[in-house]
Design a binder for this molecule. Sequence first.
Ligand code: URA
Length: 442
Amino acid sequence: MRMYDLITKKKHGEELTDAEIAFWIKGFTTGEIPDYQVSALLMAICLKGLNERETATLTMEMARSGDMLDLSAIHGKKADKHSTGGVGDKTTLVVAPVVASLGVPVAKMSGRGLGHTGGTIDKLESIPGFATTVPADLFIKNVNEMKLAVAGQSANLAPADKKLYALRDVTATVDNLSLIASSIMSKKLAAGADVIVLDVKTGSGAFMKSFEDSCALAETMVRIGNNCGRKTYAVITDMNQVLGTAVGNWTEVEEAIAVLHGKGDPELTYVCETLASFMLVGCGIAKDREEAVCMVRKAIADGSAFRKLCELVERQGGDASYIEHPEKMPKASFSLDVKAETAGYVASVNAEEVGMAALLLGAGRERKEDAVDPLVGLSVYKKVGDFVAKGDVIGTLYANRKEALSAARERFLAAYKFSANAVPAVVPVYGYVDEKGYHALS
Ligand code: URA
């Protein structure tokens, strides 16, 4: 078999056989197939597509390219959640302790931020002492004893995806439905959970900008998950503006703490409740979503979900006094209020631009080897539909390098579009996909 022939076939829009996909992924993982040939194939895939069978085969080959985690030593049905990547998306920091406090084992492998999107591991590492590298036996022990552990993705989890993603990132081949679906699902399948809840973002800050594309991605991933024996749901949530009000690392942990105290942003709280409810139903802890949402609200109201976050932080070496008293965390050295230069109703807030403003402040990374600053970021005060008078403060930027503020301010302001006419607020959750297809919510 020759890689050259696979590239030629795909260039002409022909299907690749299962054996050809296995040949490509194995050869690429071992380094026998060079990057330039894989880049050519990836571009042909972007132009000609992969069908459902090819996508499923690619997913399984990438999942099997490294360790398939065996979570059988953890009692009960294990749940996992995954977001396709957003701005201000701190839902894992809320959802994981909520469902763990209700008895669902969560053995969570999370990633770091890249580009305009943040990552749970960077956020958790903003808590002094918190270790995101956890030996496998301790990881399992923690989940068995306290139902929750969160660690960085181990080096040998779907290594083919890691290599492929790095190549896609520099060859303009990220935004293909089949490549995104197989990338995400290969890691989820390898991570071993029985129940997978996917948060598929749609809108300006998401990989998938249109609702139709997001739905198609959700349906593909749900089919792959269910066909592999994992109960899989995808919730389609909005990314036409920042989720909640905080973007950064520690600032997002702070906002998650507020949600766990029942004092969080209502839209963020609603998204978290929705995601958690599918995890509870999928694991059989709640009989339906209505019951699940009641359980979630009770876990927040009685403080058990907040205590679970403190327990997680302590178990993984962190100083939980920062979770109990977030006000004791030092502030970034500089801050700047951003004022509206025009009056009107907020018509849109380009989440990708806001994410880029946070990156310029030092909260994100352009290349994966870059470091992030845990204390910098921004707050967003005005959302789609809000009326803003000229001079109103629409956000605040926090930086440790004063010179970062002005470029970030430009980017932040450019994210806002105003309208003279009233604009309806954005719906935070559109609907969900299960094995029967799409169902609208709200
Ligand atoms: N997240 C992933 O893990 N992979 C993609 O391709 C896109 C988003």
